[in-house]
Every structure is written in C-alpha cells, then in structure tokens.
Design a protein around this ligand. Structure first.
Ligand code: SAM
Length: 465
C-alpha cells in the first residue's frame, strides 16, 4: 500500500483522537475478507454438507451484524470455487453488509438500489425479499450494469429488474414509488485503502469535496423516489465527515419531511471489516410541502417499450413446452408477465401496484427485465444460463451431479464437452437439455446426445487452466 497522504492522516487524527494510533496500526494489518450465503440456494445453519465443507475449507466465522455473513480466511479462494459458480454465496467484505441489514427490506416491498453495481447490496436485498415484491437495481455505468446483471443471474434472483439511468432521470419517472431505497453512494473510498491501494494513491482533499458534491446531487433524487413513511439508507465506504454526517446534515436541513433514525460507523481498528458508514433516514408519513406532491405522470418522451406482446405469448408457449419436458418440477415465480426483447424471453416481475409495470419501461435502458428464460432460435426454445441458476436440481428431468472437486466439474467449468458416464445405458439413451450440478447445485446447462454432454456453460464465465 502507498504511504497514507499526510492531509488524510491529519484529518483522521482530528476525527479519531485517542484511537488514531490504533487506526493507523490497523492499516498495516491484513485486510478482512467476507462472503454472504445466498439463502435462496443454501441455508447457513450448518445442516448441509456444502455449508460444513465451506466452513472448514474457507475457515468461516460468523459476522455478528449479518445473519448470513461470514468472514473467511484470506489464504482460501472462495471466488474460484465451483460453489461460487453455482451462486451459493456473494463475496463482500464484512462491514459492507451492515447497510442492507439496516434497510431491512421485507417480502412484498418495492425496493430501489440506486447505485447498485457490482451488486453486493442488491443481492443482499433480493435474498431478503425472497422473490416477493420488486427490486429495481440501477447502475449508471453500462459496463458495471452488465456485471451487476451477471451477479443477479448467478445468485438465481428472479424478482429484480436491472436498469441503467442517471438518478435524476429515474426520479422523474418514479416519484414516491418505493418503500425502501438503498443509496450506496460513489465516494472517496477511504475504507478501501487496504483492499485497493489505487484508492489510497488517488485520494486528495479536493476529491473528497468533489465526492461530497456528487452525493449532494444524488441524495435528493433518491429521496424523491421514496414513499411517505418509507426508509432510505445512505451509505459510503469512506470515513470523513464531509461525505457522511455533513452530507446528511445538509440534506436534512433542506428536507424537513425526513428524520434521521440512526447512523452506524464501522472501523477497521475495531475489527469491524474494512470500514463503512450508514445513515437510516425516514420520510414522514405525510409528505411535507417542500417535497411537493409526487408527480405520477410519466416523464416526457417515454414511449412504450419495443416488445411484441403477441410474440411474447408465442415465445412463452415454446418455453412451456420446453419446461414440461426439461423442468417438470419448476413453476415460474408468481406476479410476473412474459416480455420479449428481440428474441429473448424474460419473465418480468410485476406485483400488484408495481411502480414499474412492463408497459412503462419505454425509453429506460433495461439490462435485465426480470428473469431471462431463454431465446427463441429458428422456432426453437433455448434455455438461458440465468434459468439454470433459478431452478433446483430436483426440478429438472435430466441431471448429472458430480462432486464439486471432481474432474468432471472442473472440465465443465472450462467449457469442455463431457462423456456421459451414467450407468445402465442411461448415458447412451439421454437426450436433450439437462443440468450439470456440483454437489447437487446447478452450474449450468448441457445438451445430451449420443453419450455426450455438449457444454452450454457461457463462454465469458469459463475458467482457464
Ligand atoms: N452498492 C454497490 C455494491 O454494494 O456492490 C456498490 C456501489 S459503489 C459504492 C457506487 C456506484 O455508484 C458505482 O457503481 C458507480 O458506478 C455509481 N455512480 C458513479 N457516479 C454516479 C452518479 N453520478 N450517479 C449514480 N451512481 C453513480
């Protein structure tokens, strides 16, 4: 790590007083590592063989402020494990887990994650919603929105819509729309210094001021999208007061309909991970005049999405024929509608009263309009990789399950075709789409024919070596 900028050290000393030396010493200690179990696929209680295996192999120990969070041993490599490919967990440093815990989303709620990539908080929120309600995950940068979509898919999340918009644009479309909002704001990243030395090298007092200005642009837009009585969590991974308490004080001054419920600071020298700040804000049940009456009219220039309703029904029929044969135990999540974008069929989450019904998507860059079921190619249905993650092995008709540490799993993740070794002639006889599993957890599709399993693990996700 580059040496800490002197101005930064002076500011930390002014902020921490007696604790400054302990904080500075912690900067020379190893960083902390964490992961969060995806309880859509696995329970953390320890009953499963997978959980017991991970506890030993990764040296897991519980994170006190998150029921699904664990610290892991920095020498282990959970990001490379087949269970990571299977979406059994999300790698997230422990202190970052506090924000979604404080947001406390409940099944049935409409939730927005306004600055969502790569998806730590989005996936945590989605797991808490358990597929009931709606999660809109927004990311302004296209490349990062793509990574966010991949993580949403890997964890098998069906009830989330990934969009790419500037906060102001979204606020015009969705005033007063959400029960809960997460704003994990772009910040100067002082809590990233041990993890990412570049964050330390880039730090300056001017950068802090620029970040605070940007946060003050975004926070009112987030606030405008909250329902009266709703809860907003503002969080950063930085320590200075300018981007945290002072930004909140500035906001509260201008928005008297909001009250500060609590703030929480996590510090590395107190053994609380790399460091995070979170403030819980609540909007008064009766919207105060200064926030105005929510404008429910669609923003100007909004056109209906370029989807083909008739085409969606026809594509859904093809999906149903596929599912009857290949996924007889799987039912599409309730409260959804089929959407066809080009040749891709999605199951779009649309609970009653949704603030973002499918017909309102026009003009909004939508990276992932719900669960991607598959594509229609030459009149045939081809299941998507996202669907493999959204189902369980017992719901599929054809499964090949291998130990996570087997050569077969290794070869599959590298993208190789496999010889079907199912006994009693079953391998020779198998035909059609099936799920390749590691210890019972789906990794992706194969297509069986003539004793071979053709590999459909996406090229961009394959391992090398
Ligand atoms: N919540 C994410 C997670 O838990 O994985 C991390 C979010 S990161 C701290 C902040 C995000 O804000 C980045 O993905 C960044 O691209 C995005 N961002 C940058 N400038 C922005 C802006 N002006 N408005 C909204 N988001 C912005």
């Amino acid at each position: 790590m580059p040496s800490l900028p002197p101005t930064y050290v002076e500011r930390i000393a002014a902020q921490l007083g007696d604790e400054t030396q302990a904080f500075l010493r912690s900067m020379d200690e190893p960083r902390s590592y964490g992961l969060r179990i995806n309880t859509l696929k696995l329970e953390p209680a320890g009953a499963s063989a997978a959980m017991r295996g991970m506890t030993g192999e990764f040296g897991l120990s519980p994170v006190p402020w998150s029921g699904t969070g664990f610290s892991y041993d920095g020498g282990s490599r959970p990001g490379k494990h087949p269970y990571h490919h299977a979406g059994l967990y999300y790698i997230q440093e422990p202190s970052a887990m506090i924000a979604a815990e404080l947001l406390d989303p409940r099944p049935g709620e409409f939730v927005l994650d306004l600055a969502a990539a790569p998806g730590g908080k989005t996936t945590q929120i989605a797991v808490k919603l358990r597929g009931v309600g709606l999660l809109v995950a927004n990311e302004i940068h296209p490349g990062r929105a793509r990574i966010l979509s991949e993580n949403v898919e890997r964890l098998g999340i069906a009830g989330a819509v990934v969009v790419q918009a500037a906060p102001g644009e979204l606020a015009k479309r969705l005033p007063g729309a959400f029960d809960k909002i997460m704003l994990d704001a772009p910040c100067s990243g002082e809590g990233m210094f041990r993890k990412d030395p570049a964050a330390c090298a880039e730090w300056s007092a001017d950068a802090v001021t620029a970040c605070a200005a940007r946060q003050r642009d975004i926070l009112p837009d987030a606030a405008a999208m909250l329902k009266p009585g709703g809860r907003l969590v503002y969080s950063t991974c930085t320590f200075n007061r300018e981007e945290n308490e002072e930004t909140i004080a500035w906001f509260l001054d201008l928005h008297p309909s909001f009250r500060l419920v609590s703030t929480r600071r996590m510090w590395p020298h107190r053994g609380e991970g790399e460091g995070h700040f979170a403030a819980v804000l609540e909007k008064a049940a009766e919207d105060a005049a200064e926030d105005g009456v929510p404008d429910k009219r669609p923003a100007k220039g909004v056109k209906p999405p370029r989807t083909r309703a008739g085409g969606a029904i026809a594509a859904l029929k093809l999906y149903e024929a596929f599912a009857q044969q290949s996924l007889p135990g799987y039912a599409l999540p309730g409260d959804g509608v089929p959407l066809l974008f080009g040749d891709s069929l999605y199951w779009y989450p649309q609970p009653a009263g949704s603030p973002l019904p499918a017909e309102s998507l026009g003009g909004l860059r939508t990276h992932r309009p719900g669960l991607h079921l598959g594509d229609v190619r030459k009149g045939r249905f081809e299941p998507s990789h996202a669907l493999a993650h959204a189902v369980r092995q017992e719901q599929a008709a054809l499964v090949r399950d291998y130990p996570a540490d087997s050569d077969a799993v290794d070869a599959y993740l590298r993208g190789e075709a496999l010889f079907d070794d199912a006994g009693d002639g079953a391998g020779e006889a198998a035909k059609g789409w099936g799920l390749l599993c590691a210890d019972g957890y789906p990794l992706g599709w194969f297509k069986a024919s003539g004793g071979q399993l053709k590999n459909h693990y996406p090229k961009g996700l394959r391992t090398t070596g």
